[in-house]
Design a protein around this ligand. Structure first.
Ligand code: SF4
Length: 265
């Protein structure tokens, strides 16, 4: 997992103005990506994942498969409320619809927990085993706010299997890079943490394995799913980067209300 030595954070709305400075800094400090050997860029899954899709997308899918639109709303509830892990568990929809989904190559897109370990302060590291047997880690960090009588649960999520950068302080970079994560493989990390803690995730930090800015498409789709489907406020999310050149401006153009944290190597 990334363990930045120094972190400078700024709302993404300000990041565009800061691009010139940040990019200049990044150019000097970002490690050179390790060349990716041919043949290991596969996205790792053979089926299309329902997890990560929005309610309008699921309604359209239902229509495309010959069902009425409200069946898409049922899929949405099964994914994000009931937390079904397999299409075979979709008992609320007709068997013919389940078979049509399976026949069209869809899966829920959930991975089993391979291992979990909890530290004395409650921080829990979870290893998920992906469809291609690769392991990724996600970390849940609980914090009790005694003054307010409330508690927060922060999910530190991975965006890649391994990492193509080689930051001197980070073990992930030393292990090399395998592939980018797909959006559902980022989303399921938050679900796994919520199920482990039996508590909703209140904050998300894109700071696990991998450099989020090098898998920006999946990160942005997962960010949208966290916000729209799991109701995690944009201001409760942080994207942490070591500062990959030319990506901060691209991220800022999406006008997210989240925080950008730039860590110095
Ligand atoms: S960018 Fe990659 S190598 Fe650098 S801290 Fe993050 S995970 Fe580690």
């Amino acid at each position: 997992m990334a363990a930045p030595q120094h972190v400078r954070a700024a709302p993404l709305a300000r990041a565009l103005r800061a691009t010139a400075t940040a990019t200049a800094t990044a150019t000097a400090s970002v490690p050179v990506p390790v060349p990716v050997p041919a043949g290991i860029k596969s996205q790792g899954t053979s089926r299309r994942a329902l997890l990560g899709l929005s309610e309008p997308q699921l309604r359209q899918l239902a229509i495309d498969l010959g069902q009425q639109s409200y069946r898409g709303k049922q899929l949405h509830d099964l994914l994000y409320k009931s937390r079904a892990k397999q299409i075979q568990e979709f008992n609320h929809v007709p068997k013919a619809f389940r078979e049509a989904l399976l026949g069209a190559g869809w899966s829920v897109g959930r991975s089993p927990v391979h291992h979990a370990v909890t530290a004395s302060d409650g921080t829990t590291k979870i290893l998920l085993k992906l469809e291609d047997n690769r392991l990724i880690e996600t970390v849940g960090i609980p914090v009790d706010d005694d003054n307010k009588g409330s508690s927060r649960l922060t999910a530190c999520v991975s965006s890649q299997v391994g990492c193509p950068l080689r930051c001197s302080f980070c073990a992930t970079g030393k292990g090399g890079f395998a592939r980018n994560l797909q959006p559902h493989e980022i989303v399921e990390q938050v679900l796994a943490i919520e199920e482990t803690f039996k508590h909703r995730v209140t904050n998300v930090v894109f700071m696990g394995m991998g450099e989020p800015m090098m898998n920006l498409k999946s990160v942005l789709e997962a960010h949208q799913c966290f916000n729209k489907e799991l109701k995690i406020g944009q201001r409760m999310m942080t994207i942490s980067t070591v500062g990959v050149p030319n990506t901060i401006k691209m991220l800022a153009s999406h006008k997210l209300q989240s925080t950008l944290a730039v860590s110095n190597t």
